[in-house]
Design a protein. Structure first.
Length: 325
């Protein structure tokens, strides 16, 4: 769900106007649109959620870093959330070992990775190229491009190298196109310093909206349009605040959660630096927000559980983003 879908335009406007003012405060990891919670109970009142880590009482902060109770016409809600990290799994321990095995045809939710990646990610889905109709494997930019080090035509393994995949036996696709993730700095502190310097000079900072890459299948025979543990995808839809969602991952298996914030602007750590993402979702896995998950469109491969009477459409995917190949 984008910010434009949020029901209260005044809250949306206040967030856009105060975005960088809030993001530059100490310990702030991100900001988003949601509803205010008091003692664990959802009040239903729209607000700007400010994600911090760690969470300190106001008296322990410099005055300039205190989060106000309201910005413009919007209330704020301060929520502790650990820094978002986009990392591959290097350990072989998983909840469901069959997800690290070789699958042909290969469904979503199993091990995949660039042939030089020292780790493993999740095969998110297969889609059909809008122009050619060819099947494309979808996963994260950092999984399929090895954090931007890859080249078009590089082998993609299923299972990944860490799960004993080999180029000779397990190449399932070839890297085709992707959107590069732009870094702001080597650490969160450096990213915020660079962000402030750019804004002070009146320049637009490098921001990101997706962490995604595509690879061409070696043949149609290796493709399964099902997702392990979830079955066949019904279509492509957009999540909304409060939606229940379910995901299928190589390491975590099937997980469920709730969209607890939309229009989220958040710093994300990579081994190669820290990037700023705009207009994301945050998924709560537990009812009291004790575990929060940042969701990047087209990369975490969650499915929205339809509400009564809801119809989800679409069998292929296209994008407004400029792809590199």
């Amino acid at each position: 769900m984008s910010q434009n879908d949020f029901l209260d335009p005044q809250i949306q406007e206040a967030k856009a106007r105060h975005r960088y003012e809030l993001l530059l405060k100490a310990n702030v990891q991100g900001i988003g649109l949601g509803t205010k919670r008091v003692n664990g109970a959802d009040t239903g009142i729209p607000c700007i959620i400010v994600y911090v880590y760690p969470k300190f009482p106001p008296h322990a902060l410099d005055a300039r870093d205190v989060i106000p109770t309201a910005v413009g016409d919007a209330l704020t809600d301060i929520v502790e959330m650990r820094p978002a990290q986009a990392r591959v799994r290097s350990a072989s321990s998983v909840r469901e070992p069959e997800r690290t095995k070789r699958w042909r045809p290969a469904p979503g939710g199993v091990s995949v990775g660039h042939y030089q990646l020292k780790g493993a990610g999740t095969l998110g889905d297969w889609i059909r190229d809008e122009k050619t109709g060819e099947p494309l494997l979808v996963s994260c930019w950092h999984v399929l491009t090895n954090y931007g080090r890859g080249h078009r035509g590089d082998p993609i393994l299923q299972p990944a190298l860490v799960d004993r995949g080999t180029v000779e036996d397990d190449t399932i696709a070839y890297l085709d196109k992707w959107v590069d993730v732009k870094m702001l700095g080597g650490s969160l502190g450096e990213a915020k310093s660079n962000l402030k310097a750019l804004l002070d000079r009146g320049k637009l900072p490098p921001v990101n909206y997706v962490d995604v890459a595509f690879a061409k299948a070696v043949s149609k025979e290796v493709v399964s349009y099902e997702t392990l543990g979830l079955g066949e995808r019904k279509g492509i839809g957009r999540s909304q605040l409060g939606d229940r969602v379910v995901g299928s991952g190589r390491t975590t298996g099937v997980t469920q959660g709730r969209v607890s914030a939309v229009g989220v602007d958040i710093f994300v750590g990579y081994p190669t630096g820290v990037a700023l993402f705009l207009d994301q979702d945050v998924i709560s896995r537990e009812i009291y927000e004790s575990r929060l998950h940042f969701h990047r469109p087209a990369t975490d491969f969650i499915q929205v559980l339809p509400r009564p009477g809801q119809h989800v459409d679409g069998k292929s995917a296209s994008s407004d983003h400029s792809f590199r190949s």
